[in-house]
Design a binder for this molecule. Sequence first.
Ligand code: APR
Ligand code: PHB
Length: 390
Amino acid sequence: MKVQVCIIGGGPSGLLLSQLLHLKGIDTIVLEKHSREHVLARIRAGVLEHGFAALMREARCGERMDREGEIHEGFFIAHDGVMDRVDLHKHSGGSSVVVYGQTELTRDLYEARDRMDGKVVHDAADVTPHDLKSDAPYVTYRDGDRIVRVDCDFVIGADGFHGVSRKSIPKEILREHERVYPFGWLGVLSRTKPVSPELIYSRHERGFALCSLRSQVLSRYYIQVPLTDKVEDWSDEAFWDELKRRLPADVAASLITGPSIEKSIAPLRSFVAEPMRYGRLFLAGDAAHIVPPTGARGLNSAASDIYYLYHAMVDHYEKGDDAGLDDYSRKALARVWKAQRFSWWMTTMLHRFPDSGSYEAKLQETELEYLFSSEKALGSLAENYVGLPF
Ligand code: APR
Ligand code: PHB
């Protein structure tokens, strides 16, 4: 089979790019190693920058997001028993974010692909890119006993942190930058009314906590836990009790608890792979970079990769102009590193680091005191949270 763009990975990055390119008449195929059910069973974050939301609308996948998603113009940071509000709308010059679960967003993308008869292959085993440095790359995958070959002009590695694409770049060329945090996030999803209409990030001496939501009847909560903890160590009751200890008393008192419908522990890591291009291979999303979820940048840092690749591919096929492709890695990494910085800053400010002493604790308190005493500091936080320009 021959396509113009072969996309490895059927997560949000790969699906969004496939949909955008299809609308421009560029023929793609998405090769996903797992079933659709498996992909859609993943619980991920739920805050979309306005730039990502705009891309979803441009991809004709934004209807349910606009109908069911919530526009949030601010969030709270709880610390020292008080709640300070970050007015995103005021400090970003009128912008906001959309709170809409990534699982639903991925579902919308799959349904859009189906509506347009997009080529999406599930359970594609042993996906392997070949001849990436040639002008005729191809990708093979196993379908049962059959090896299928996909000839293409370009290969997009949208296969996440554990995918095959990044590993296809020779070790002598690939540079990886990583910071692993000494804690994880225990997350719970519950069919309960959210404790707050806006997100609450809490810095507490017992550890970080986050109160988020998916809708007015579906809440998402997190608490920082040691890396040694196992999800089976945490009963629902133990989780709710610990979450309440890390929230201001009035918030804790109004928390509605209920049975967890999903409970998991995720490690926190900052990671960037450079370059994001190798011959005809272009990395996008988690395949190239990972952020700790504190700044809600995960999917959003994939958005700019997709935006740049989308326009570069259109320029290539419509104008024969390869400037966008040639500048992709530099341009994408410039914005990726800004998302890395913001995620690292939010994580460092709000979490309890096991090996930190009183000096670091005072620095965190000072960071928060400065933030809420400075319009400029709030402006910096807001412009990063709603999304820096592409
Ligand atoms: N072959 C084919 N598909 C693969 C392979 C492979 N070898 N390895 C992984 N995949 C698939 C995974 O099953 C997954 O569905 O690639 C997809 C990658 O999707 P994500 O991991 O969701 O990455 P991405 O699409 O970039 O989305 C980034 O997802 O992990 C969150 O926090 C992250 O919000 C961010 C978003
Ligand atoms: C979530 O709703 O899952 C969420 C929200 C904001 C974050 C991280 C996770 O910073």
